[in-house]
Ligand binder design. Structure first.
Ligand code: ADE
Length: 236
């Protein structure tokens, strides 16, 4: 299924637990970023954090594919909850991703749409199946839903409700849909995993600071388990 797996986060805290697990790591500085190439269970893996936001995320995803030759991309990180079902530390995988701050509605287009684009980009079905199998084996609760992405840290109940209603979104963050656009255009299967760090409401800034490291660890542990399953399934 994959020769070289990219694992991406947005912040150092999101990739730190992944770097701890890589072997024979070499560091490459490229495009104002650091790329960590190494091995996990003998599989070639490249890990990087993009920095926050859609532009940096697009650059890093594209670089992982075009410059480092990755043919599968897994994203690990944290998100703000929209759905009432999601609590801090809970896991959500994106079935599809939308840009909630993309707005040319004045020209009659729906929110999140530009001509020749899509409001919602679906992630790889096979990778989502693998995630569900991992969750079942480990007895973990895993929600599959829509993730909305924008260049805003949302700490506002009205904005959160609007994003939830407009995009039928269950969680929000700042990179996923940008990764989706890049991978979709370059025909690389991708998967977006997030653990909840806050509820995108008045307490979001405080909660994010308190739960970033713990939730990032939960997400990274799950993504590592997915890599193990991808490798095991290829051997079977
Ligand atoms: N990532 C985690 N929490 C977030 C929030 N409230 N807004 C945007 N991105 C986030």
């Amino acid at each position: 299924m994959a020769n070289k797996i990219a694992i991406m986060g947005a912040m150092p805290e999101e990739i730190a637990p992944l770097l701890e697990r890589l072997e024979s790591v070499t560091k490459t500085l490229y495009a104002s970023n650091t790329f960590y190439e190494g091995f996990y269970q003998g599989r070639h893996v490249v890990v990087a954090y993009s920095k926050i936001g859609k532009v940096f995320a697009t650059l890093t995803a594209t670089t992982l594919i075009e410059r480092f030759g990755c043919d599968l991309l897994l994203f690990s990180g944290v998100a703000g909850a929209i759905s009432d079902e999601l609590e801090i530390g809970d896991l959500i995988i994106a079935e599809g991703l939308s840009q909630h701050d993309l707005d040319i509605t004045i020209f009659g287009h729906p929110h999140g749409f530009v001509p020749e684009g899509e409001v919602c980009i679906a992630s790889d079905v096979k990778l989502r199946q693998i995630a569900k199998a991992v969750a079942q084996e480990k007895g973990l609760k895993l929600k599959e839903g829509i993730i909305a992405t924008g260049d805003q840290f949302v700490a506002n109940p009205e904005r959160k409700a609007w994003i939830g209603e407009t995009f039928k979104a269950d969680a929000l963050e700042m990179e996923g849909a940008a990764v989706a656009v890049a991978c979709n255009a370059l025909d690389v299967p991708f998967f977006i995993m997030r653990a909840i760090s806050d509820s995108a409401d008045m307490d979001a800034g405080f909660d994010f600071d308190a739960f970033l490291v713990g939730s990032a660890q939960i997400s990274a542990d799950f993504v590592i388990a997915m890599v193990e399953k991808i490798i095991a399934e290829e051997k079977a």
